[in-house]
Design a protein around this ligand. Structure first.
Ligand SMILES: Cc1cc2nc3c(=O)[nH]c(=O)nc-3n(C[C@H](O)[C@H](O)[C@H](O)COP(=O)(O)O)c2cc1C
Length: 197
């Protein structure tokens, strides 16, 4: 088993001050405190056109999707923090997953970035329901992509009030849940990585 699992962390929103971004930051902190090597990215740096099968046929997989696919492959686990749009995952996140699901090769090497990859999920929202409808959809989508979704999950209600000035949760129970999310992800990632090495 690797001594230090490598974990990739990102949010499904690129809005400045996004609650899902703050949730991803809290996850990054919890993971790092438990000894993981964390790469925190923003999807802003991986712009992708809306998925279109004709576009893929004509132009292939966009370079941003290939870069993300390589990042997935070079990490032992992933953590995604989703916002909730109309009871589901936002288009930015779904579109990113759709492109990643189309990656099969990188040059002459097989590259299936999602298959078998361990992933932890979190959600957040402005309101009291904490994005639980979105997290249910996200779990189903990722499982459909043959990812290994860990439990527990962390859903953050009332994102506008949930974090203090340092970005820590005001609610101690949320902090404890995030710590459990981090430890389960680290444990599962290390196991899966160990089996692959
Ligand atoms: C198009 C749209 C749809 C939304 N739908 C929901 C919803 O279904 N449930 C919810 O709790 N909040 C909903 N919201 C409010 C979001 O929780 C809020 O805008 C949140 O800040 C977005 O996530 P972010 O802070 O990570 O960018 C919606 C916001 C937008 C822009």
């Amino acid at each position: 088993m690797p001594a230090t699992p490598r974990i990739l962390v990102f949010a499904g929103s690129v809005r400045s001050g996004a609650f899902s971004g703050k949730t991803a930051d809290a996850a990054q902190k919890a993971l790092a405190l438990q000894g993981a090597e964390v790469t925190r990215i923003s999807l802003l740096d991986y712009p992708l056109p809306i998925y279109d099968q004709d576009l893929e046929k004509e132009e292939g997989i966009p370079e941003s999707a290939m870069k993300l696919a390589r990042l997935f492959a070079s990490h032992d686990g992933v953590l995604i923090a989703t916002p909730e749009y109309n009871g589901s995952v936002p288009p930015l996140l779904k579109n990113t997953i759709d492109w990643l699901s189309r990656v099969r090769r990188d040059g002459d090497k097989e590259l299936k970035p999602l298959t078998g990859k361990v992933v932890a999920i979190c959600s957040s929202s402005e309101g009291q329901f904490a994005g639980i409808r979105a997290i249910n959809h996200l779990r189903a989508i990722l499982q459909r992509c043959q990812m290994e979704v860990t439990m527990p999950e962390c859903s953050v209600p009332r994102g506008g009030e949930a974090f203090d000035d340092k970005g820590d949760f005001r609610d101690e129970r949320l902090q404890q849940t995030m710590e459990r999310v981090a430890s389960a992800l680290i444990e599962q990632s290390a196991l899966t990585a160990g089996m692959q090495r």
